[in-house]
Write a protein that binds this ligand. Sequence first.
Ligand code: B12
Length: 371
Amino acid sequence: MSQLADERLAADILRISSEIGLIGPRVSGVDPFEFERIEIERAKNAGRASTMAFTFNKPARSADPNVALEGAKSILSFAMAYPGPAVGPESVQSTPGGKIAYYAKDDFYSELRRRLRVVADEVKSQGYRARVTVDENHAIDKAIARRSGLGWMGKNTLILTNLTGPFVILGEVFTDAELAKSEASGKGCGPCERCKVACPTGALDEEYRLDARLCLSWLIQKAGPFPYELRDSLGLRFYGCDECLTSCPVGRKTRPRAAKGESNVDPLFWLARSDQDLIEHFGYMYVPKRDPDHLRRNLLLVLGNFDCAVDGVREILATYLTHPSPVLRGTAVWAAAKLGLVDLLDLVSADQDELVREELARTAILQQSSD
Ligand code: B12
């Protein structure tokens, strides 16, 4: 294809992208992302990747654009903004309950994929190949956004744009069209460390690096019992964590804002719902093995972090103290003790499961120390 054709394509993509509300594109080359591959392997070898798969599974594959599209010549890097906190204090407006992080308040990833397919169809209509990727393991979205200059990496390890700060999700269109490449921005955070200070667990322990073992956003997605020592820090988070985003000053005045009076997740309501109801309502989120009990674990953690026992909590906890899942029984033990409902624990006094016995033992120690 001629240079003229490529320029026409670039102009058409730019026009269409702004019409459908995309930030970008900026264009990245297709050399493997060596720096990122080394960093991913470094985190993995240092045990800082916890049990995550994602790009930690096969870093070399994720870092090689030729895997996403054989013969790729350009990567179009895009961002889509999502609403962050409403203006003014949050607490007065929102209903008490589990908090969902802003990036997961709606199925923004599917919406971004839909928009990128419009761009990909245009690329294909002009005779080139195109492949869309969003939050998938064969592409490192942040590395592509950083190299193309779509945004720059903050100390929270997220890609920031001047207008939105970190409140964007990222996606790409890989293509064999040879498009003019754009430059990385080279911007940085300077002395600012607000995200590092704001992180409830100290997960941002090194400059521009995150220890995922401490990151609440990961631990909320990770199957099994939630780390005991971090349950208080979790607070009322049901899914995702925004501390290292809401604390970021970049784009604070210009980023999109959620409407006031955000609705939170009522744990009592959802703990009484069926598997189907839970997956139908929250299934757009990453839920390990799409197991509704994982969502129930998070709901019990939220309940245990309520200030006090609300109406209906005894009945719900009684059912979960006899639930088939040891993880849910164990978490219900912790929640009952936290809410001062220790008499309920008679229901599990004969429980033989090791996990449940461990939770009971911790509760007993807690009891003795508070007597
Ligand atoms: C694994 C993963 C996670 C993990 C690990 C997070 C992490 N930091 O990587 C967990 C589950 C914790 C997570 C959480 C979140 N995630 Co996530 N996640 C991913 C995923 C699948 C892979 C990211 C990856 O490869 N990480 C590997 C590690 C080693 O990379 P890194 O931490 O960025 O480390 C870099 C820096 O340390 C840098 N570095 C080292 N030294 C230096 C020095 C300087 C000066 C600089 C500049 C950089 C630098 O080098 C490393 C490699 O680039 C991507 C999707 C994708 N396929 O790319 C989404 C993705 C990164 N996640 C996303 C989102 C929205 C989130 C959350 C905000 C969700 C929430 N609200 O809970 C949180 C934010 C937590 C955080 N501060 O990172 C978005 C981020 C969009 C953006 N604006 O950047 C992505 C891109 C998905 C998407 N397509 O939109 N996520």
